[in-house]
Design a protein around this ligand. Structure first.
Ligand SMILES: NC(=O)c1ccc[n+]([C@@H]2O[C@H](COP(=O)([O-])OP(=O)(O)OC[C@H]3O[C@@H](n4cnc5c(N)ncnc54)[C@H](OP(=O)(O)O)[C@@H]3O)[C@@H](O)[C@H]2O)c1
Length: 232
């Protein structure tokens, strides 16, 4: 099966320790990358119509990354995009903290959830709520959901983690590119999150990548890969 054509162009964007962890064993916010990486992340966010992250990531950070750089804001305006991309959270349970700073940020918010998960939320907190039909949640039907997003104008999507959500989209062949910043530290830990968690892939059928570009800035390495067909 190849990637569905009717879904947004989707890039996974992550910062990782040299030993392949995206946070430490406490699974809190990952704040180990440099200012150069934060600027790179803001660029990726500024480039897209929508940003998607998991509930675990929102619980860890409590905020989303808005576009602040005036140059990037001007570029969005020139492209006819709204100032901020839609910030989409995936949370089947809908159990998110309504007091987190995320809900005070001046950004458009969306929730992808189940009928049960949608119950506690209204249009003040999330301007758009996508409820996945129960029949499409075992396993979660991402191609169907992403096609809905594309129909509503999300042509490009930055997938900002965490490892559980990234594994979900990779399982469904819905990731086209990967930006990974390799950061100069070692985090270790059996239970620290990695870029792709979930049940894993057997090597014979694992997603394969093609390196498109790399650059080193001080002690960090910025990698850009394309996910190869027939997988990507
Ligand atoms: N370094 C980086 O670039 C980077 C980027 C993003 C995140 N992170 C780190 O990644 C960590 C969060 O990643 P994560 O993988 O825990 O969460 P996640 O991928 O952000 O979100 C996972 C979501 O999956 C849902 N889910 C459904 N089935 C699940 C299952 N069997 N197990 C777990 N979740 C399931 C949960 O929904 P419910 O809401 O219903 O529970 C949860 O909200 C944090 O430590 C964060 O700092 C690092």
């Amino acid at each position: 099966m190849s990637a569905p054509a009717s879904i947004p162009d989707t890039a996974l964007v992550l910062a990782m320790s040299l030993d392949g962890k995206i946070a430490d064993v406490q699974r809190g916010a990952a704040r180990f990358s440099s200012l150069a990486d934060l600027a790179h992340l803001e660029q990726r966010v500024a480039a897209v119509d929508g940003v998607l992250f998991g509930g675990g990531t929102l619980r860890a950070y409590g905020t989303a990354l808005p576009v602040r750089n005036p140059h990037l804001l001007a570029q969005r305006q020139q492209r006819g995009q709204p100032p901020q991309p839609l910030q989409l959270v995936w949370s089947p349970s809908g159990q998110l903290d309504p007091h987190s700073r995320f809900f005070q940020q001046p950004i458009p918010r969306g929730l992808i959830t189940t009928a049960m998960g949608a119950r506690s939320w209204d249009s003040e907190q999330f301007q758009r709520i996508w409820v996945m039909p129960e029949s499409r949640t075992h396993p979660w039907d991402w191609p169907w959901l992403l096609a809905q997003l594309k129909q509503e104008g999300v042509q490009t999507l930055a997938l900002l983690g965490g490892g559980t959500l990234a594994a979900e989209l990779l399982r469904c062949r819905c990731v086209h590119a990967i930006y990974i910043t390799v950061c100069p530290l070692l985090l270790g830990g059996f239970t620290a999150p990695t870029p792709v968690d979930g049940p894993g892939f057997l090597a014979a059928v694992a997603p394969r990548l093609q390196l498109l570009s790399w650059r080193a800035v001080a002690d960090e390495v910025f990698l850009h890969y394309r996910v190869l067909p027939p997988y990507g």
